[in-house]
Write a new protein. Sequence first.
Length: 385
Amino acid sequence: MSIIVMAYAATDVLSLFIEQNADVRNRAANVANVALIYLAATGFLWIRSTIAGVISIAGLALSLPVHEYGYAIIVTPLIFAVVVATANRVFIAAFVAAWILWSVSLWFMWPNDRPILYFSIPLLGVGALIGTLIRRSWRAQARHIAEIEEMRTLQLEASAAERLSIARDLHDIVAHDITIIAMQAQAASFAKNPKLASESLEVIGQSARNTLQDLRLLLNVLKSSEEAHLSDKSLSAEEGGAAAGASTLTLRRSIDQASRQLESIGFSVTENINGDIDELPRRIQVAMHRILKEATTNILKHATPSSDCSICVDTVEGNVILRIQNQKAPATNGNGSSNAKNANAGLGLGSISDRTSSLGGKLDVIQTATTWRLEVTVPIRGVEI
């Protein structure tokens, strides 16, 4: 548009040097002045539409005394279209008010020029329509870009949450069984009784198989359904049975399994179950299973060897409460004196806290000089089965 206006302005300026008639030259000078104003307006469209609008209004004002409306009729609607598309509503209203004032002035000052309005009004309406369509298109594009960015952010957050979940599961699976393997291997190396050594080796083998099976199940979850189906066919009959058992794992069986593992290390375990825990939602039972595994690992690492510990589960007032208590092993500081080991240093509490929070529950850690108690409270209602 600037090129077209520039071409017409150049012809008007050139006519100043060609025409010899004074009246024609005066008229050409007036037209050239209006043309230069609109040329400046179209140039500022590339910088700021509001400045172009102000210059265009000045061109309208100048066109009245010189009776030259060509640029006002043609260029003003084009500039108005850009103003509607880019400027705020206040400036658009001011531009329309200035144009109405120009039209009213033309109507009363120059009655013979009134037919000009018959062309300028529809053209300005077309400019407003084009500007509105452009503005809506840009807004729709901006919304589309914002939606894409929001989806990308949600995907990143979902990926981060999935990675955290996988890392947490790997920690719960590996840390527990590897700790048992390490302790049983140490016990077997010091055992003078062949039977005790054999029992330790049996526990090591069972823990290794459990770890392998849990890892395979976790990897199957990460695969597509078809790949997981094909992978399941590669499992042996024994592993397949273990997989089926894992899929039907209950909190009661988890407690029994944890008790047996602790007892195989030498701990004296007391179980206390109150309420129908078998009817708890599947999601709660799986989470409690993982929490129990992590808590058992903490006992193996931090409790006094061969001491007493307890595992209690209560269903009270719509909540399920898991309590695990053990005796803390003493630690020796640099002066040789005895103090309690700081069990908070374990990374497993973060995993337990995350799992508890995901179910809308709370985690309490209560410790004295000699005991450590972990208490997990989870509401039963509102948790999907």
